[in-house]
Design a protein around this ligand. Sequence first.
Ligand SMILES: [Zn+2]
Length: 407
Amino acid sequence: MPPAGAAHTLVRRSHEERVLRVLQQAGALSRGEIAERVGLSRTTVSDITSELLERGAITVVDTDAAGRTGSGRPAELLALDPGSGQFMGVDFGHRRVHVAVADAAHEVIAAGTAHYLPEAPWSARCDAAFGLVDRLSTETGVHYGALQAIAVGVPGWGNRLSADGVADTFVARFHAPVTVDNHVRYAGLAEAARTAADTAQNLIYLRLSDGVGGGLVVDGRLVRGAGGHAGEFGHVTVAGEAGVLCRCGKRGCVETVASVPAILARCRELGVPLDDLDDLRAAVAIAQPTVDRVLRDAGTAVGRVLGAAAMTLNPSAIVLGGEIVTIAPTLLQQVRSTITYELSWLPDAAPVVRASALADSGGALGAITALFHESPMLADYPAHAAPHRSRSPHVHPTSNDGARWPS
Ligand SMILES: [Zn+2]
């Protein structure tokens, strides 16, 4: 038997470790929330946290005043020393890269965007990302000295080789573990992570952008599929032989009807000269009837594909992402009503259909979410070197790049 003093020290240390672990996983919590999660009394937690605060292992990051409705003093939110770890999320799109860096307290400490041409090779895209990372360092004073892991999102198909190359390039540059996955899937994960736990278990995410891609969360797990191609809704055929030639080589894919370039091209074909999303916004503002028709056609095509997916997977939520979804509400309405019709014979299967609450930065934030996020959502993922930082299903990235992620 160890002497009573030693036993007390052991218990104390185990309590400290539990408190530190829960903060590592959840970001920032009040003393009450910590007590609830670790199953210790408030008095004990209060004792432990004051000692940890004194030692500088944890820090007061905020109060919960913003989210409070009742009266009384706002509770302090405690988090790990933010300097004890950094996590980088990178999202390579067709024309731009987003980078976001969060600290151990789950606060986004640097974020930004750099652009490149759609035909830019991967070497140039990585250079753009590294230039951005350097610029962010100069602007924010963040030096990436505590970088624990990096998650890089890349566009969906045909990218296995480039994905490996990108991973190697990032490892060589930062000497940190790198995970690479589909960037739309990361955006879907960010979306599921910020959705109420009961509806995030089964969710379909679809993004309409330069291309069309998707992500699936089934039974609380992000689905990759056998070869990492699950959720490639963009190349489901909707228009057949008469359809427009797609970059995948087939004709009439969803992407040839509902991607942003496809919608703009169709409007031009019908005599409405639209060059970009700003033009589209202006046309929507005056309810231009041809544009309205093109958007409805695109929405019908997307709604049918998502309706079929909903019959296959029975999700509780379908989330549509991409700037065009907020610019053109008609599109979302048409997707929603098409899905309603498709599932009209199964009324209790009707999912919530909504626009993404995350801005274009969702992919980068979702990549960081993947690093913070442990099972069940990522339980089936290959064991990459990325450390799992969170068991909490409540990591809530926000659309504001500068914002904290409350847990
Ligand atoms: Zn295609």
